[in-house]
Design a protein around this ligand. Structure first.
Ligand code: HEM
Length: 139
C-alpha cells in the first residue's frame, strides 16, 4: 500500500486506484461525499458554509460525487453529464474566504477520519484537495 501511495504523481497509481479502483473506488468516494455533507449539515463549525448551500443537499452530494470520481482519476462522470466543470467560476457567486476554505477542509478531513482512511492516503488526498479549496477562494 505505501509503495503504491508513493507512486501518486510519480507514475501509475491514481487516488482512484488507492481508494479501491474499479473494485471499490467509486463506492469509497460515495461514502466519503455522504459523510462529508453529513458533517457539513450537522457540525456547527461548518454552519457558515452550510448556509451557502441549498436546504436539500441531494444535488450537491451527487455533483461532488461525480466530480471527485473524475478528479481522482476514475470515470469522468461529471464531465460526461455537465461538461467542463469551470469550478472556480461556479464558486464565484459565493463569498469564499480563508475561513470558508478551512471549514470545507475541516468537513473533508473529519469525513476521512470518521471513515478511518489510511493515514498516508488521507494526508496526500487532503494536501491535493487543499490546493483546490484554496483556488476557490475569492476573498
Ligand atoms: C473552499 C470552500 C468551498 C465552498 C465554501 C464551496 C461551496 C459550494 C457551494 C455553495 C456550491 C453550490 C451549491 C451546490 O451545487 O452544492 C458548490 C458547488 C460545487 N462545489 Fe464547492 N465549495 C468549496 C470547495 C470545493 C472544492 C474544494 C471542490 C472540489 C474538490 C468543490 C466542488 C464543487 C462542485 C463539483 C460543485 C457543483 C458545481 C455545479 O454546480 O455543477 N467545492 N460549492
Amino acid at each position: 500500500m505505501l509503495d503504491k501511495i508513493n507512486e501518486v504523481g510519480a507514475s501509475k497509481a491514481t487516488f482512484y486506484d488507492l481508494l479501491g479502483g474499479e473494485q471499490g473506488g467509486t463506492a469509497a468516494i460515495r461514502e466519503l461525499v455522504e459523510t462529508f455533507y453529513d458533517i457539513m449539515d450537522t457540525d456547527k463549525k461548518a454552519a457558515p458554509i452550510r448556509a451557502m448551500h441549498p436546504d436539500d443537499l441531494t444535488a450537491s452530494r451527487e455533483k461532488l460525487f461525480m466530480f471527485l470520481n473524475g478528479w481522482t482519476g476514475g470515470p469522468q462522470l461529471y464531465i460526461e453529464r455537465y461538461g467542463h466543470p469551470f469550478l472556480r467560476r461556479r464558486h464565484l457567486p459565493f463569498s469564499i474566504n480563508e475561513s470558508a476554505r478551512d471549514q470545507w477542509m475541516y468537513c473533508m478531513i473529519s469525513a476521512m477520519q470518521q471513515l478511518k482512511m489510511d493515514e498516508k492516503l488521507m494526508q496526500k488526498l487532503a494536501e491535493q484537495l487543499y490546493g483546490v479549496a484554496d483556488f476557490m477562494r475569492n476573498q
